[in-house]
Write a protein that binds this ligand. Structure first.
Ligand code: HPA
Length: 273
């Protein structure tokens, strides 16, 4: 067995030995979007630093806990806080928790993130369901020897985000009168926000929103056969001609303000999975 498979099994066995039960739905929460974790009736919780082989989160706004509990009537695993490439982790480390979730039996993965709005009609606080992504600006986490036990060497990426879950989410949003856009998320490494020229490039190549997470997790999830749903909160609009100074504080505040809409969506969506 490869070292990676061994480590994954050790992580998952350790978690399962403490948590007992498991869940088939996994949720990873983005910057400033961790509040959903408070809606969970927690049955088990463990800090990342206590899980063997798990990376440890360092960014402000990320608490770094894996939680098992009920969201509504559905049992879910929630990662409150994620790992980013810009923190210095390898793409494989960034995606490691997704693989641990797979070992724990997760089949459907819900992701949230804070993202910069690129589409001209987007406003701060809007939600964008990710229909597709462009990963040419990040490093592919599947580079290197393929882990055949997890998935195929050349994964198909024609439906990286489940059409069925997108449809359900749109219906839920309509029921709650929550405005949602649908669009293409362009992944970048960060940690710099984009220059004006870069925002323009992203728009020109077909990006509707831009962010520093999600893509690597999605690729690894698709590789190991999970269904994925992902949504961005638009936290800033660097694409505008004027006043495009962006701060992390502003991103966190906008994410926090929009968070209740996201919690409503995720709550109803997990009921339908
Ligand atoms: N660019 C990249 N990542 C981001 C942004 C942005 O404008 N906003 C939040 N995350």
């Amino acid at each position: 067995m490869s070292i990676l498979m061994q480590q994954l099994q050790e992580s998952a066995n350790f978690i399962r030995s403490k948590s007992g039960e498991s869940a088939e739905i996994g949720i990873i929460l983005g910057s400033g979007l961790g509040n959903l974790a408070n809606q969970i009736s927690t049955e088990f919780s463990i800090e990342y630093k206590d899980i063997p082989h798990f990376p440890v989160s360092t960014v402000e706004g990320h608490t770094g806990k894996l939680i098992l509990g009920k969201l509504g009537t559905k049992k879910v695993w929630v990662m409150s806080g994620r790992f980013h490439f810009y923190e210095g982790y390898t793409p494989q480390q960034v995606a490691y928790p997704v693989r641990v979730m797979k070992m724990l039996g997760v089949q459907t993965l819900l992701l949230s993130n804070a993202a910069g709005g690129v589409h001209p009609s987007f406003k701060v606080g809007d939600l964008m369901i990710i229909r597709d992504h462009i990963s040419l600006f990040t490093i592919n986490p599947l580079l290197g020897k393929n882990e055949d036990q997890l998935g195929t060497r050349f994964p198909d990426m024609s439906e990286p985000y489940s059409k069925e879950l997108i449809q359900k989410a749109k219906e839920i949003a309509a029921n709650h009168e929550i405005l949602v856009h649908e669009g293409v998320y362009l992944g970048v490494t960060g940690p710099t926000f984009e220059t004006r020229a870069e925002y323009q490039l992203i728009k020109n190549v077909g990006g509707d929103a831009v962010g520093m997470s999600t893509v690597q997790e999605n690729i690894v999830a698709v590789h190991c056969g999970m269904k994925v749903f992902a949504i961005s909160v638009i936290t800033d609009l660097g694409i505008r001609e004027e006043e495009n100074i962006i701060t992390h504080q502003e991103v966190l505040e906008a994410a926090n303000a929009a968070e209740p809409k996201l919690t409503t969506l995720f709550k109803d969506l997990v009921e339908q999975i």
